[in-house]
Design a protein around this ligand. Sequence first.
Ligand SMILES: CC(C)(COP(=O)(O)OP(=O)(O)OC[C@H]1O[C@@H](n2cnc3c(N)ncnc32)[C@H](O)[C@@H]1OP(=O)(O)O)[C@@H](O)C(=O)NCCC(=O)NCCS
Length: 145
Amino acid sequence: MKGTKETGDFARLSAFYKDNGLEIEVSETAPQGTLKSWKWEDGETGELLAAATLQKRDGCYVLADLAVKEELRGSGMGKKLLRIAEDEAKSLGAGEMWLVGKVPAFYSKFGWKEMERETAPDISRCQTCEDFGVTCFPSIMKKVF
Ligand SMILES: CC(C)(COP(=O)(O)OP(=O)(O)OC[C@H]1O[C@@H](n2cnc3c(N)ncnc32)[C@H](O)[C@@H]1OP(=O)(O)O)[C@@H](O)C(=O)NCCC(=O)NCCS
């Protein structure tokens, strides 16, 4: 899709995700289960503008990360990257996809549903975290294809 390219440069992506509000450790190596990442760069300067990462965790396809540079939010980049990650999961045979995130209203627009923690597979630390629903309120979401 226009503007996006696959990338394996997880050091750059993880720094970008962190700078753009995601809880992630900056690392040279992509976490185990990482299937693909996509970057969206400025065509002239090469600056990283947005990115997404698809992983497989506990046998499930998971949107692990998605972020758009703050100044460019609301211009359709998040939606396009989300669709790329969903299409990739579908092409790999996924019947559903999961994520743990903090912007449920964004994902709801695209057919994602909030799920009870008890019904979710073991895809994040939230499954056993005692802060979940007490001081930390992430949404566990699923999309059925
Ligand atoms: C969430 C995020 C990826 C959305 O990307 P974006 O490029 O701004 O979103 P888009 O421009 O593609 O928006 C698509 C639609 O979602 C809506 N939308 C975008 N962000 C939204 C939000 N936070 N809440 C509700 N709706 C939102 C837009 O209004 C748009 O609706 P429309 O099609 O009716 O006009 C981006 O805001 C971001 O990077 N946030 C910080 C990092 C983050 O929270 N990532 C998600 C981790 S779970």
